[in-house]
Design a protein around this ligand. Structure first.
Ligand code: DX5
Ligand code: ZN
Length: 214
């Protein structure tokens, strides 16, 4: 299993310490949650923070944009060091155009689905995607309860990706811990995002390892 710890649950007064802890961990990516107070009912952080984190992170940055009109920020996000740009399907009017713009800018293109958005809406772009991010909570906050429907949804997305011969990876985000992660692994997830489970753990390195082995 690949693991992408979400910095949203880190100590923002000591961000460097937490990024360096992730550098030492077995994590594969570092997940950054950008919120605009419009697409989701919360505001997190933006470019200055991403740029600073990028300077010290040894893990590729997996940036999850919970914002309206994400296509406006493709080149800027590439410039501050993002490796993966996740845009919400619900936020993109011209999703195909946005996916191509992300790839042309040199980043991996990922589309995120809210819990209420069916995977079938990605049928016509699945061959173009590097990753699909399934939300297993309603986006906006860390530490929420896992929505169990995400397990069956992961299974349905796995079938769609395999049937299309797509190389897209499946990432799941929200309420992930060792037990929900196990269900997602069995359903065909490739990458697990975990915020509070990692950063609020007594031993965060061990928490990362407990997801890696799934
Ligand atoms: C929620 C964010 C998540 C969040 C996950 O909107 O997209 O990445 O940090 O936090 P946990 O793992 O605590 O549910
Ligand atoms: Zn996220």
């Amino acid at each position: 299993m690949l693991v992408s710890p979400s910095l949203l649950s880190a100590d923002f007064a000591n961000l460097a310490k937490d990024v360096e802890m992730i550098n030492r961990s077995d994590a594969d990516l570092l997940h950054l949650d950008v919120m605009d107070g419009v697409f989701v009912p919360n505001i997190s952080f933006g470019f200055p923070v991403i740029e600073s984190v990028s300077r010290i992170s040894e893990k590729p940055l997996d940036v999850h944009l919970m914002i309206v009109e994400p296509e406006k920020w493709v080149s800027r996000l590439h410039d501050v060091g993002a490796a993966i740009m996740n845009v919400h399907q619900e936020a993109c009017v011209h999703l195909d155009r946005t996916i191509h713009a992300i790839k042309e800018a040199g980043m991996k293109a990922a589309v995120t689905l809210n819990p209420s958005t069916p995977v079938s809406l990605l049928e016509d772009v699945i061959g173009e995607l590097d990753m699909v991010l399934l939300m297993s909570v309603n986006p906006g906050f860390g530490g929420q309860k896992f929505i169990a429907n995400a397990v069956d949804k992961t299974r349905r997305l796995r079938h769609m990706i395999d049937a299309a011969g797509s190389g897209a990876l499946i990432e799941v985000d929200g309420g992930v811990n060792a037990s929900t992660g196990k269900l997602l692994a069995e359903a065909g997830a490739d990458i697990l995002v975990a915020g509070s489970y990692v950063f609020h753990a007594k031993d965060p390195l061990e928490a990362v390892r407990s997801l890696k082995v799934l």
